[in-house]
Design a protein. Structure first.
Length: 248
């Protein structure tokens, strides 16, 4: 019976020693958290067991910092800031999604076609004023997706307005006559010829992009050259630009 009592006494002493060690560790420094009214208070525990309130969080999750220099307080402040940013994001998401919504394949693409810039020789060779512009416009209008708009309403006759739609794409053409060298089909020898050159700068604002196309050929085949030129412009708009522009 004495042995049993001695054994129990040894176990009790061991437990007490373990508790004392834990208390000593706790008193050597660290943090203590107390749950109060659905919130919590976090204290820094000093070497002698003195507690200093670092921050507290109420039941609504709002944090009050009492010691801004404390590492634990800095962590909590950063976590609080991240939580506030995340909670604000859902309100912004509908606006962001509307800005990034892409157009559907069959949706119209509104194109602003500027008056072509003609060099001096081309101006002299033009059959009637506006003939070259009309030629380019008619080639682009055949496409069912491309809708030409007129941003400068002082112009008339060359561009057909489509309501008050804003332009998705801007096309700025340039046409010139230049001397060029080709091969004479009859003799097979190089020969000088007068070539017509169609050029265009194609730009979009959303997303920002710029493309350049050009087509040239004998001046007597002006109509064929303009058709090939317009085809290049349409390909850039439909294949390179259309997949990336936003919906209206």
């Amino acid at each position: 019976m004495a042995v049993t009592t001695r054994h129990v006494s040894q176990i009790t002493n061991s437990v007490c020693l373990a508790v004392a060690v834990v208390m000593m560790v706790a008193c050597s420094g660290g943090y203590y958290t107390a749950n109060v009214n659905g919130g919590k208070k976090v204290y820094r525990v000093g070497e002698h067991g003195a507690k200093t309130l670092v921050y507290e969080t109420d039941q609504n999750g709002h944090t009050t910092i009492y010691d801004a220099d404390d590492p634990r307080a800095k962590q909590q402040a950063a976590a609080q800031e991240n939580a506030e940013q995340l909670s604000a994001k859902p309100a912004d998401q509908p606006e962001q999604s509307s800005r990034t919504l892409k157009r559907q394949p069959n949706d119209p693409i509104y194109v602003s076609l500027a008056q072509p810039v003609l060099d001096t020789q081309m101006e002299k060779a033009e059959r009637s004023k506006g003939a070259v512009a009309e030629q380019i416009r008619s080639e682009l209008e055949v496409d069912p997706i491309i809708k030409l708009i007129e941003e400068h309403h002082s112009r008339s006759g060359l561009l057909k307005p489509h309501g008050a739609a804003s332009a998705d794409v801007e096309v700025s053409p340039k046409v010139s006559l230049r001397e060029a060298y080709g091969v004479d089909r009859k003799t097979g020898k190089p020969s000088k010829m007068l070539a017509v050159v169609f050029e265009a700068t194609i730009t979009t604002q959303v997303p920002p992009a710029t493309y350049n196309v050009s087509e040239s050929g004998h001046v007597l085949k002006n109509l064929e050259v303009s058709k090939r030129f317009a085809k290049q412009v349409r390909q850039v708009i439909l294949e390179k630009i259309a997949p990336n522009i936003p919906a209206h």
